[in-house]
Design a protein around this ligand. Structure first.
Ligand code: APR
Length: 248
């Protein structure tokens, strides 16, 4: 593993334009459960039942109760872990340009990354279904389910539900970042949800090297990614950053 860490650190230090694609796995060590695999949210709930926009519109209270209040409590307590902090340091060193994240937990921004594309939106803001006014989630009393705007309309989180399209500006920016990078770190992604999972393919097709950090192989492994660090993201990034700081 030591040689692999050294190799990844060398690729990072020599990268001209590093982009990271992150998924739920990067936040597991911050106490936020992933969606798939051991302890995954979709082991408890049917994603099409509680994560689809039609389910939300049919019964917003049920979705608020099941998915969102559970997520809200976990999100409130979560803090960036060594993986988020490592990416923030790589941006500070001028190596990492953009983080494309599928996560809605806001931990990359909390860790200090400034160029973050929230591919699946975020949970930090709510929008009224009637008057479209926006409110910060922390400022809304979620004791009342579903939470309502002053106009009486129901609030929805600004995350992207299944059945919804990725905001075009975010998709464009992600495609541009993926096609202009020379190295992409794919961290904590199961790479089964499109179009996020296509970003590493765009990077590879554009000549970039793709490296995964994930204890498990994914559909990208060996086909799109050349290297995989079979390690938890926090531990891997601690070791990688120590090596980057040593050789940079
Ligand atoms: N460090 C790194 N990777 C980890 C860790 C860890 N500590 N723990 C788990 N993983 C890996 C798992 O092996 C898996 O490949 O993280 C991945 C988590 O997969 P998912 O839960 O499917 O998360 P993600 O890839 O982000 O899901 C994509 O699906 O349900 C939708 O909108 C949701 O954004 C989400 C999208």
């Amino acid at each position: 593993m030591e040689d692999l860490i050294k190799k990844v650190a060398e690729h990072i230090v020599s990268a001209k334009h590093l982009v990271a694609l992150t998924g739920a796995g990067i936040s597991v060590e911050s106490g936020i459960p992933p969606f798939r695999g051991k302890g995954g949210l979709w082991e408890k709930f049917d994603p099409m039942e509680v994560g689809h926009i039609q389910s939300f519109m049919r019964d917003p209270e049920k979705v608020w109760r099941l998915l969102i209040s559970e997520m809200r409590n976990v999100l409130k307590a979560a803090r960036p872990n060594a993986a988020h902090l490592g990416l923030a340091r790589l941006e500070e060193l001028g190596i990492l340009k953009t983080v494309i994240t599928q996560n809605i937990d806001g931990l990359h921004q909390l860790a200090g990354n400034r160029d973050v594309i929230e591919f699946h939106g975020n949970f930090a803001w709510l929008r009224c279904l009637d008057c479209s006014s926006r409110e910060e989630t922390v400022a809304v009393d979620l004791a009342q389910m579903p939470p309502r705007c002053a106009c009486g309309g129901i609030y929805r989180p600004e995350c992207v539900f299944f059945g919804e399209t990725i905001p075009p500006a975010d998709l464009d920016r992600s495609q541009i970042a993926s096609s202009t990078c020379d190295l992409m770190l794919v961290m904590g992604c199961s790479a089964v949800v499109q179009p996020a999972a296509f970003m590493p393919v765009i990077a590879k097709q554009s000549g970039a090297l793709v490296i995964e950090i994930n204890p498990e192989p994914t559909p990208l492994t060996g086909a799109t990614s050349t290297l995989r660090v079979p390690e938890k993201a926090g531990k891997a990034m601690r070791e990688i950053l120590a090596e980057v700081e040593r050789i940079k």
